[in-house]
Design a protein around this ligand. Structure first.
Ligand SMILES: [Zn+2]
Length: 667
């Protein structure tokens, strides 16, 4: 009898928990995971393959060569030696694990799987008995590495202990999802439990000097289901700007850059911040975490705050490429409209952060304007960060080069790796996740966010739908979508009509096109013209779908000329070229050895032309420009018309150093 009673109690509790789980707050729109989207196109598939076959093994080799993996073995007592490198080097291994795990999910590889197990065993060995994991300290606690402080977390504004933990959690979640193995997840949970036992409203007060753990705790919460991780993410955000204790380093010390609360976005509580300041990558990760906490707690004040910051970034602090962070100096945002081209920083990691952040803003609101920003940064400011061959990287992504200024961490061109190697690892984990940005769902509405050739199986509320996209995007704006619902039924397919196809390069007024394109977007359903029922930037098609139905979208891709708003002094009198989602640039060797002397007339005809054998296949823009030579006193000595050729911005710096410009002198 007792047994039966207990059984019923368990059933009732389970039902309650199931109901509770259903009512848990989350993003109103849900992403379709990259594992459901099989990419089959000429643009993204080679990139994902290059990342898998070249970049990921290459970064592993670099992590091995530079002692980044040995640091774990030393901390774990598995080998003798001294810690090598910067205090945040653990994260380069974590990001590599994350990228390798994503790759494994769509491309099983027993050798890689086994190798990962070996690295994870070293990480587990490096974890201290109470869960602490930070090899920069554990390798030799009596002689701490520069910047980490004599004890745990006493210099968190500089030490990156919590930043490292964040990348550990992201790697652990990815590895668990890829393999079902708990080894790294258990390490992450043990560490998060320690951090949660140390920090909190009634415990030690503090927050990370380098944000990242917030969004990572949200991922861990999703997988492990323990609400304390979400609460800790919220706590770290809430705590910024309160009880701020900054270690004051003497002038000239390399860590003196952290004497400044603005650098780490701790100058004000987050709800009072309305201008993006300080280190751009930290800011972008923080904004991403704010969107997560808004969605998962349902507390809209986080959304209001992050929306204000978004308005500031998109209207005043974003490069045409979607990049952010104008200054090399401390990797910071500049003042409003400070967007220098030659010395622009636009770190690859910050661009990736922009993609993370803008996608979450879209999932919160269903507004395509965030996807316009996301698409812009992915196709320009993110993929510029890795060479076409997959083993040379940009840390900074300026919009101009004079062929002399060594913008890339002291180098003029792309570099194989860096002492601080955040960007390569970030690229290696971002590229395989790109298919996860293509679709989203809300109840029985399917959102087509990006145009990428693929087949996908997508679960709507009412049924599963197989969908296929065929396209040569970004070279061509024609997209054919074939719909295969399991059974005929009514649901919506919302197809994004990009801002650039509606004469609006960006959501705000920072950039605009000087010409208006008369060419109209065409949408057809089963071959018949369909009205563009626009809703939040999407053409909404609601109908009774049956197997084999088709949507044909044609986004005209004329060459567009963009100008910046007058407050951007560095772009005054200049024009930039775009076609579709791509920003173009002129590079020296296509234009007679120089480009900073070129003047482009507003009415100069520019013709797009596909060049299959150039830079792995690109559409170039061809026309005429004026080349100006000047006298020593700056007066014009000579003007002559010459052939002009522009290439997609992402493809520059593959053919030796020299001049490059996105913004060209306008006439
Ligand atoms: Zn970076």
């Amino acid at each position: 009898m007792k047994k039966i009673a207990r059984f019923f109690i368990i059933v009732i509790i389970s039902a309650f928990l199931a109901l509770e789980a259903q009512t848990k707050k989350d993003y109103p729109l849900q992403p379709v995971p990259f594992t459901r989207v099989a990419v089959a196109d000429a643009f993204w598939l080679p990139r994902i393959e290059t990342n898998r076959t070249v970049t990921i093994p290459f970064i592993l080799k670099k992590n091995e060569e530079t002692g980044r993996i040995d640091n774990f073995a030393i901390a774990g007592g598995l080998m003798q030696g001294k810690y090598r490198g910067e205090r945040y080097n653990d994260t380069d291994v974590y990001k590599w694990i994350e990228g390798a795990s994503y790759s494994l999910q769509v491309h099983p590889d027993p050798e890689l799987d086994k190798y990962l197990d070996g690295v994870i065993a070293k990480i587990a060995a490096a974890q201290e008995p109470d869960g602490y994991l930070f090899t920069a300290r554990t390798t030799d606690p009596a002689h701490p590495q520069p910047g980490i402080g004599p004890e745990r977390w006493v210099e968190e504004n500089v030490s990156h202990e919590l930043y490292n933990a964040g990348h550990l959690y992201e790697a652990a979640v990815a590895h668990f999802q890829a393999t079902g193995k708990r080894a790294l997840l258990d390490v992450a949970i043990k560490n998060a439990d320690l951090v949660a036992s140390v920090f909190g409203p009634d415990k030690r007060h503090g927050f990370p000097g380098h944000q990242e753990i917030e969004l990572a705790l949200v991922k861990l919460y999703r997988v492990a289901g323990n609400e304390k991780y979400l609460n800790l993410a919220k706590y770290f955000l809430d705590q910024r700007g309160h009880d701020v204790k900054l270690t004051q380093y003497p002038p000239g010390n390399r860590f003196a850059i952290y004497n400044d609360a603005e650098q780490i976005q701790a100058h004000k509580p987050i709800f009072e911040q309305d201008e993006a300041v300080g280190h751009a990558v930290r800011a972008a990760y923080m904004f991403t975490g704010m969107a997560d906490v808004a969605a998962l707690t349902g507390d809209l004040k986080y959304f209001d705050a992050v929306q204000r910051l978004w308005e500031n970034v998109v209207n005043k602090k974003m490069y045409l490429t979607g990049g952010i962070g104008a200054r090399h100096d401390r990797e910071r945002f500049g003042t409003n409209y400070e967007l220098p081209n030659l010395t622009g920083y636009a770190e690859t990691c910050a661009s990736i952060g922009m993609a993370f952040w803008n996608y979450r803003m879209f999932l919160l609101t269903g507004e395509a304007k965030y996807l316009d920003v996301m698409e812009r940064v992915i196709y320009n400011g993110v993929i510029s960060g890795v060479s076409l061959e997959g083993q040379a990287f940009f840390y900074a992504n300026p919009l101009e080069s004079d062929g002399k200024f060594k913008f890339n961490e002291g180098q003029l061109g792309r570099a194989p790796y860096f002492g601080t190697a955040c960007c390569p690892g970030n690229i290696s984990r971002f590229i395989p996740s790109v298919p996860g940005y293509v679709y989203a769902v809300k109840d029985d509405a399917l959102y087509v966010n990006l145009f990428v050739g693929n087949t996908a199986r997508i679960a709507l509320k009412s049924q599963a739908v197989n969908i296929k996209q065929e396209t040569r995007y970004p070279w061509d704006g024609a997209v054919k979508i074939t719909v295969e619902p399991e059974k005929a039924g009514e649901f919506s397919i919302n197809v994004r009509i990009p801002g650039w196809a509606q004469n609006r390069p960006v959501p705000g007024d920072l950039y605009k096109y000087i010409d208006r394109s008369a060419e109209k977007t065409v949408l057809k359903v089963n071959g018949s013209p369909a009205a563009l029922n626009m809703d939040k930037g999407f053409a909404r098609i609601r109908r009774n779908w049956k197997k084999g139905d088709t949507i044909d979208l044609v986004l005209p891709m004329p060459v567009r000329r963009a100008v910046a708003q007058a407050m951007v002094k560095d772009d005054t009198g200049k024009v930039a070229l775009e076609r579709g989602p791509l920003v173009y640039c002129a590079e020296w060797l296509d234009n007679g050895g120089e480009v900073l002397n070129l003047v482009l007339a507003d009415d100069a005809q520019l013709k797009p032309e596909f060049q299959a054998d150039m830079l792995k296949g690109i559409v170039v823009l061809k026309g005429k420009a004026l080349a100006v030579t000047k006298n020593a006193d700056g007066s014009i000595a000579d003007k002559k018309e010459q052939d002009f050729l522009a290439i997609p911005y992402y493809a520059w710096a593959h053919r030796g150093p020299g001049e490059m410009a996105v913004w060209l002198i306008r006439n």
